[in-house]
Design a protein around this ligand. Structure first.
Ligand code: SAH
Length: 219
């Protein structure tokens, strides 16, 4: 998959990106498809030019409007937990932000739907995704707690902002056997990363990790 997107130079080069992926492997990310996606998507194009030289550090970075681009490890961990070696046709993301996680998903599944409540971020993300030729992404403004019913059901739902509790509308939009990965709770600014799998009317929940996300804002 590498070579599909434009290469940077120096701190944004393919070599720098490969080193980041090496570190993610050392931290336990093992799904070859997920590692390939992180190797190929140019994260430096999803942050302000002034921060491009830091794009391949394993840290969250500011993207304006009080929001952040998620840490690469967290993007990889959540993507791996969502897809877990299975093939997924349709995925819904809540919280497009700069569009980086959207791009990673778009290189792994057939169609990605993503909802973002801050319109200027959504517009920028749309331009970046088009610039990279990722035409299998569909973005819309709004409160993602309500999901995107018109395109449901989804094989996977990835929530990239912290919810106090799992929004019921999202559970209802999961396909049979579908999975949702979502940060839940908020004590001390940290949340549990939870994976929910739908079996009929029942849901099976697993706690995967402790994470730190900006809040899911209602309305
Ligand atoms: N997916 C991003 C992470 C973005 S940070 C990445 O790849 O790095 C979380 C995003 O969720 C922010 O842009 C924030 O505006 C958005 N958000 C918060 N509450 C939301 C809601 N209710 N509906 C849609 N987006 C929301």
């Amino acid at each position: 998959m590498s070579g599909q997107f434009p290469d940077g130079i120096g701190m944004t080069s393919q070599r720098t990106r490969n080193r980041l992926v090496q570190r993610l492997q050392e931290r336990g990310i093992s799904d070859p498809a997920v590692l390939a996606a992180l190797r190929s998507v140019p994260r430096h194009l999803f942050v302000d030019e002034a921060l491009a030289s830091r794009a391949y550090e394993d840290t969250a970075l500011p993207i304006g409007h009080g929001q952040t681009i998620s840490q690469p490890y967290v993007v990889a961990r959540m993507t791996e937990a969502l897809l877990g070696g299975r093939s997924c046709a349709k995925v819904l993301e809540i919280g497009t932000g700069c569009g980086y996680q959207t791009a990673v998903l778009a290189s792994l599944v057939e169609q990605v739907y993503s909802v973002e409540r801050i319109t200027p971020l959504l517009r920028q993300a749309r331009a970046r995704l088009r610039g990279l030729g990722l035409y299998n992404t569909h973005l819309k403004p709004g409160d993602g707690s309500a999901g995107w019913a018109q395109a449901a059901p989804y094989d996977g739902i990835l929530v990239t902002a912290a919810a106090e509790e799992i929004p019921e509308q999202l559970l209802l939009q999961l396909a049979e056997g579908g999975r949702m990965v979502i940060p839940v709770g908020g004590e001390n600014g940290k949340q549990e990363l939870v994976r929910v799998t739908r079996h009929g009317d029942e849901c099976y929940c697993e706690t995967l990790d402790l994470v730190r996300f900006v809040p899911l804002v209602r309305g």
